[in-house]
Design a protein around this ligand. Structure first.
Ligand SMILES: Nc1ncnc2c1ncn2[C@@H]1O[C@H](COP(=O)(O)OP(=O)(O)OP(=O)(O)O)[C@@H](O)[C@H]1O
Length: 208
C-alpha cells in the first residue's frame, strides 16, 4: 500500500526502497532517534521528503490532496492530546474535527471496552493516568474508521499485561475491518508476538 523510493529527509532518513503492505501488521523498530517517528510523519504527509517519492495506493503522496490523505491515513502521535471535558467529548472530538457523523454512546462504550478502559463516559478525561489517556486516544482514532492507522508507541505507558491485551484487541479489530496497521514500538514482545513484518530502522536506514 506504501512504496518508498530513494527517499531522503534532512540527514535523518535515507531509504533506497521500502514497501509496506496493506494486508500485514507491520512493526517499526529501532533505537531511539533512528527516525521511526519521522517515517510515520512522512507516510501521513505531515512532512515531505527532500528527495525521492512515497507512493500510497500507487499514487505519489505529493499528488494526493492533504485533507484526503489525512482522512484515509490516521497517525496517533507518541503523546496524544487529551482535551478538556469528559471521556465522551474526547472520543467524539476526532469525528467532529474530521466532519464525520457522530456515534451513539453504545458504540463509545464498545470502544472503551476494546481498549480495556473501565471508565464512564461522563468522567473527566483530565484525571486519567498516562496509560489511560493513551488508551482513550487509541479509542478516539479507531472511531474514525480510517483505511490506515499509523501508531507511534501507542502503549508505551502500559504495563506488559495490559499492553498485550490492548494490542491484541486493536489488531483483531483492525483485521476484522480490513484496515492497515503500522506500529512503532520499543517492545520486542509486541513486535515478535503481533507483527507479520518487522522493519528495523538503524541510523535513518532500513536495516536489511
Ligand atoms: N524537524 C526536525 N528537524 C531536525 N531534526 C529532527 C526533526 N525531527 C526529528 N529530528 C531528529 O531526527 C532524529 C530522528 O527522530 P525521530 O523522532 O524520527 O526518532 P525515533 O526513532 O522516533 O526516536 P524515539 O524512539 O526516541 O521516539 C532525532 O535525532 C531527532 O532529534
Amino acid at each position: 500500500m506504501f512504496k518508498i523510493v530513494e527517499l531522503k529527509y534532512k540527514n535523518i532518513l535515507d531509504i533506497d526502497y521500502l514497501e509496506i503492505q496493506g494486508n500485514k501488521i507491520t512493526c517499526i523498530v529501532g533505537e531511539s532517534g533512528s527516525g521511526k517517528t519521522t517515517l510515520l510523519k512522512l507516510l501521513n504527509k505531515l512532512i515531505s521528503p527532500d528527495k525521492g517519492e512515497i507512493y500510497f495506493k500507487g499514487r505519489a503522496l505529493k499528488d494526493w490532496d492533504t485533507i484526503e490523505i489525512r482522512r484515509k491515513v490516521t497517525m496517533l502521535p507518541q503523546n496524544p492530546i487529551i482535551f478538556n471535558g469528559n471521556i465522551r467529548d474526547n472520543l467524539l472530538i476526532g469525528l467532529k474535527f474530521s466532519e464525520k457523523p457522530l456515534v451513539k454512546d453504545e458504540k463509545l462504550k464498545e470502544i472503551l471496552e476494546l481498549v480495556s478502559l473501565k471508565k464512564e463516559l461522563d468522567e473527566s478525561a483530565q484525571n486519567l493516568s498516562g496509560g489511560e489517556k493513551q488508551r482513550l486516544a487509541i479509542g478516539r482514532i479507531l472511531l474514525l474508521d480510517s483505511d490506515v492507522y499509523l501508531l507511534d508507541e501507542p502503549t508505551s505507558a502500559l504495563d506488559e499485561g495490559t499492553e498485550e491485551k490492548v494490542m491484541k484487541a486493536v489488531i483483531e479489530y483492525i483485521k476484522r475491518k480490513n484496515k492497515m496497521l503500522v506500529v512503532v514500538t520499543h517492545s520486542k514482545k509486541i513486535a515478535s508476538n503481533f507483527s507479520e513484518r518487522v522493519v528495523e530502522i538503524f541510523d535513518g536506514k532500513v536495516k536489511l
